[in-house]
Ligand binder design. Sequence first.
Ligand code: TPP
Ligand code: SF4
Ligand code: MG
Length: 325
Amino acid sequence: MSPMSATECLLQMCDERFELEDYQSGVPRWCTGCGDNAILAAVQRLCRDEGLRPEKTVFVSGIGCSSRFPHYMRTYGFHGIHGRALPIAEGVKMARPDLTVFVNTGDGDCCSIGAAHWIHAIRYNMNLTVFLHDNQIYGLTKKQASPTSPVGTRTNTTPRGSYLEALNPLTVTLGVQNVSFVAQAVDWAPELLYDIVKAAYHHKGLSFVRIVQRCPEWMPKLLDPWLHDPGRVQLLHHRNGLLPGAGSVKVYTNQLEHDPSDINRAREIASNTQVVPVGILYRNPEVPCYEDLIGSDKLRTADVTRAGLNAELDKHTVWPRESHA
Ligand SMILES: Cc1ncc(C[n+]2csc(CCOP(=O)(O)OP(=O)(O)O)c2C)c(N)n1
Ligand code: SF4
Ligand SMILES: [Mg+2]
C-alpha cells in the first residue's frame, strides 16, 4: 500500500467522526437514578459533538462516587486523591497545554478536604473545565455531612441534624480573585445541562460548573421541592450568556435576564437560595490563564527540559584531580 500524502492524511483526519461509543467505557456502578449518570451522558454528548480526540482529552477526579467518572470515559483519565483533583489537573495542563482537561469533583472532594486547592485553582485560572457534582452529601462513604449539606441534615456524623448553614459554592467561587466563569446546572434538566456544559467547555480559562446532583441512595427527598416545582428553577438568559432552547423555556417559566459580565449581580443571584438559578452567572474571557502568563508551552519543550537538566547536573560534576593540577 502506498503511503498517504500529507493532504490525504489531513483530509482523513477532517473526515473522522466520533460516535458516543467512542467515549463510553464500562458500565457505571452508580445507583439507579443517581445524577452522575445524567452528567456522564451530557459530557459524552459534548465530546462527540465537539469531536474531541480521545487521545487528546483527559478527565481528572478526586475520590468519591462522582470521582469514578474517568473510568467511564474512553479517554485518558486520572482517578486521583481525595481533594486533589484540581492540582493534579493543573499539573497535567502545565505539562501538556495542548490537552483538553476536565475535572470531576464532589462537594466533599472540592469544598471540604480540597477547599484550599479550589480557591487557588480559581485564582490561577488555568484552562480547565470543572464540574462540581454537588449531591450535598458524602455519597461513597455512606452519608456523612458535607459543607454543602443543608442545615438540619441528619447523617452519620450529624445524627441530631447538622448545625451549620450550608456553604454556597457559587458565592465562594465568585468571591475569588481572577474568577472567570461560573455557572449552575441541575442534573434533571438534560438540555440545559448540555448547553451549560458546552458553554463551559468553550470558555478559555477555568470554568466552574456547579451541578446540583441527586443522590437517591442517601438523600432521597432532598431535591423533591425543586423537582416537583419547575418554578423554583430560575432560568438565566442573556444574549451574552445562554439562550435556552424552546423546550427549556416552556418548562422553566421563572426566567431572569442576566448579563453574565455583571459580577455584582451574579453574586446577588447566587445568594438567593429560595430558587436554583440555572445558567451562566459570570463570564469574563479577559482574565489571563496562568499557563499563558508563564509560557508553559515554551518552558516544556524537550530541548528546554534537557538543557535545564544538564545545567543542573553540571553543578554537581566532580572533575578528576589531574584536571585541576
Ligand atoms: C484523605 C482521605 N480522607 C478521607 C477519605 C474518605 N473519603 C472517600 S470519598 C469521601 C467523600 C466523598 O464525598 P464527595 O466528594 O461529596 O463525593 P460523592 O461520593 O458524594 O460523589 C471521603 C471522606 C479518603 N478517601 N481520603
Ligand atoms: S450513593 Fe448517591 S452519589 Fe453514590 S452512586 Fe449512589 S446515588 Fe450516586
Ligand atoms: Mg457528594
